[in-house]
Design a protein around this ligand. Structure first.
Ligand SMILES: CC(=O)SCCNC(=O)CCNC(=O)[C@H](O)C(C)(C)COP(=O)(O)OP(=O)(O)OC[C@H]1O[C@@H](n2cnc3c(N)ncnc32)[C@H](O)[C@@H]1OP(=O)(O)O
Ligand SMILES: CC(=O)C(=O)O
Ligand SMILES: [Mg+2]
Length: 360
């Protein structure tokens, strides 16, 4: 049961901050995962501030069961001792059916709730999971005297979560976005893969057989194959659901750390379809995400040129032999708006975009 429109933006606990009416479009090209209980990784966090849009202290999968409390306390220590500047601090708490989720939420919100921006909730199945977190966060925010509401990000990693995608996005004004969880989703769907994200050589289409002069198919002749994207359907659903609800879609993880080329391809497919970022599991993946999820200088130059030529944004013009009109100028405005958001936090990109001269 969804809340009525008049109640939707009311705080869910006395003393909790008023929910946001709009989710701010903060750059989040790379959500960089670290294990706060791993001393080596944790020691690197202060020097990573400013080099990545989002640092995420991961408490869930990839943290051993015996280290859950250590990871939670490690994140509290990092949150208290680090000045994050413009870099966002997110966390991924343990799943709601685990023995750790309640203590994760209670400890993090009361100890470092004013430093955290977004709480990622794994294995979200439906609106009921978001409603539970929503009310609990409001109670904890009130208890901690927080003035800014925490945002919630759901990982889509069960078939039921995918089936309920729209209701998940609509469940709370805290909803900031969705990430694809390809590993758990593959397991839950009983897909026959053993990977974390990315494609599979067996998922392909094959060119039709050549035919001889009599038109008989030559089944044993050479035929090209084209690998297909296992994740296209899910990403496309995420993009539409997020756009409909004013929140943001993300690719998620790419587990083959050494395959930087395929990682870049997979991230770029997501960027072109409408995603705003991806996860980085290893420092090497940060630069890939930053490159892919920042509009190229060429695209920004073209977009500015179309916007300038279109005047008030109505009508049609020809640019380099192509028709541009109200709809293409809107796409160009998306590109330029993103470039401006990124330039505000990334001086190198700003310098590149500033050099663009608008051609007539
Ligand atoms: C399906 C899912 O749920 S995905 C999300 C959950 N998974 C994760 O969060 C995984 C996070 N990443 C990691 O645990 C690690 O990067 C691994 C296990 C993938 C690889 O770790 P390693 O084999 O140690 O990588 P590598 O040897 O290349 O590390 C090089 C350096 O980078 C550091 N490093 C590696 N990953 C990270 C990271 N995510 N953040 C910060 N530093 C890191 C290492 O500590 C090492 O430091 P050093 O040079 O001081 O020794
Ligand atoms: C991202 C994640 O948690 C998964 O792929 O399972
Ligand atoms: Mg998972």
């Amino acid at each position: 049961m969804t809340r009525s429109a008049k109640d939707f933006f009311a705080p869910l606990a006395v003393g909790a901050p008023a929910p946001l009416r709009e989710i701010p479009a903060r750059p989040s090209r790379a959500i960089h995962f670290f294990d706060p209980g791993n001393e080596k990784m944790a020691a690197k966090v202060p020097q990573m501030v400013g080099t990545v849009d989002v640092l995420l202290g991961n408490l869930e999968d990839a943290v051993k069961a015996e280290n859950k409390e250590k990871a939670r306390q490690g994140l509290v220590d990092i949150g208290r001792s680090t000045d994050f500047g413009k870099t966002q601090l997110w966390t991924r708490v343990n799943s709601l059916d685990s023995p750790w989720a309640l203590d994760d939420l209670t400890t993090l919100v009361t100890e470092i709730g004013d430093t955290l921006d977004v709480i990622m909730v794994p294995k979200v199945q439906g609106a009921e999971d978001i409603h539970y977190v929503d009310r609990l966060l409001a109670q904890l925010e009130a208890k901690a005297g927080l003035t800014k509401p925490l945002q919630v990000h759901a990982i889509l990693e069960t078939a039921r979560g995918v089936a309920n995608i729209e209701e998940i996005c609509a469940a709370s004004p805290r909803m900031q976005g969705l990430s694809l969880g390809p590993a758990d989703l593959a397991a839950d769907r009983r897909m026959k893969t053993t990977r974390v994200g990315g494609g599979h050589p067996g998922y392909l289409v094959r060119q039709d057989p050549q035919r001889d002069d009599l038109g008989v198919p030559q089944y044993d002749g050479p035929r090209a194959t084209y690998q297909q994207d296992l994740w296209h359907y899910t990403i496309a659903r995420m993009v539409d659901a997020c756009a409909m609800h004013g929140i943001y879609p993300y690719y998620g993880p790419f587990g083959d750390i050494k395959d930087t080329v395929a990682c870049e391809d997979q991230f770029r497919n997501a960027f072109l379809l409408g995603c705003v970022g991806a996860w980085s599991l290893h420092p090497a993946q940060i630069a890939i995400a930053h490159k892919v999820f920042s509009p190229s200088v060429e695209d920004v130059a073209h977009a500015r040129r179309v916007i300038a030529a279109m005047g008030d944004g109505t009508g049609a013009v020809m640019i380099d032999g192509k028709m541009e009109d109200d709809a293409s100028v809107k796409q160009c405005q998306v590109m330029v708006a993103l470039a401006e958001e990124l330039a505000a936090i990334d001086p190198d990109l700003k310098a590149q975009y500033d050099q663009i001269e608008v051609q007539a």
